[in-house]
Design a protein around this ligand. Sequence first.
Ligand code: DWN
Ligand code: SAH
Ligand code: ZN
Length: 405
Amino acid sequence: MKFCRVCDSPIEPFMSFGKMPVANAFISEKEFNNEYFFDLNPASCSSCHTFQIVDVPEQEKMFHDHYAYFASTSSIMTKHFKTLSEEVLKDHIKTDDPLIVEIGSNDGISLQHYSKLGIRHLGIDPSQNVVDASRKKGISTVCDFFNRQSAEKIIDQNGKADIIIATNTMHHISNIREVVSGAKILLKKGGLMITEDPYLADMISLNSYEQIYAEHNFIWSVSSMKYLFNLYDMEIVNVIPNKYHGGCLRYYLAHKGSYRVKQSVGLYLDKERNIGLLEQNIYKKFHHLCKASRQNILKLIDKIKNNGKNIVGYGATAKSSTLINYCGLTKEHIDYICDSTPAKQGLFSPGAHIPVVSPIEFSNKYPDYSILFAWNHKKEIFQKEKNYLDQGGKWIEYVPKINIT
Ligand code: DWN
Ligand code: SAH
Ligand code: ZN
């Protein structure tokens, strides 16, 4: 029997994607034989409605000194977090010497915009290599997992925080109650916590099932986020949607009673109830759509390969590891995956062992077809690779539907 990591109720997976590797665990050839696999089996808790994967690899297997994701590889995401910093400084700071703490600060993509202005800040992230990249930018960063204990250490050394930021991080942390318990003591009475994550309703409507993987051991909704923070006398005071990472929600959270709760929160709670997000039925349908999507992708790839054409992947994303391994794709189907992250080049994709190469290989000899694994960066990539289409190249997109451009 497995139990919900938010409310301890018994939970049952509604499907399994089968044995999966850790999605960001790009490896060298000598590591092929001792690769770690686990059962990727999502569930939705009938009590607190938290969408979660039931078996989660221990956090040290996912976050360590060779973490593969450097957020600053995307100029669009860098701009997105600059805009957030401008909003924070204009609308949410109430003291003249604020402390901004970021959980999951990665390579400093967000905090760089505060450190440049000499504003007191502190990042906390357990992945040593991205922490080093952040420190190289002059950003104060602690290499640790955020939890109640590390929150107490931050308070001893820096005082309480006016603002706590956690973007694309709250769904990564399996002992999530520790995070909220830490945030509760770290956040000043009138302070604000701002989190942002892929939104469950968007994932369901796009059927972007590949957003489910080891690191993404939760996919949040307003209903489940509200339940979680309520356990610690905190509440959501506003929610704002955006289109990043296939559709995210930004949550503004505070100690209960310190801010007026905006209408947006009630509207989202109603919407989630009305679309069936709190029932099990929607997840049975989701499972059916995952199987149909797998069938369609395999049919298309087989047809292309039977016509003697070659296919590569564009963007060695963590999420594509779920799609590749769920569909059983190998280097027989996909010659290589190109990616702009130096730390991934020269390695092989998790599970399927497809070689990861620099985008130079892509532009040196355009392939017949390219599967856009980094579909959430389509605009940026299509601008960068506009010659590809002119030279007869074809993009295969699959979110929300299969489409060849
Ligand atoms: O939640 C997470 C999000 C924030 O980022 C983490 N678990 C890990 C990671 O997930 P992902 O790998 O699915 O994220 P991205 O941002 O979709 O990854 C894009 C990949 O594509 C990166 O490896 C960089 C690469 N890329 C590229 O090769 N050329 C990206 C762009 C924009 C490009 O032009
Ligand atoms: N905030 C960035 C990066 C998100 S990637 C963005 O929005 O793009 C997720 C980050 O969370 C990784 O850098 C990972 O090392 C970090 N992380 C995972 N578990 C954590 C924990 N318990 N405390 C703090 N950071 C954590
Ligand atoms: Zn629960």
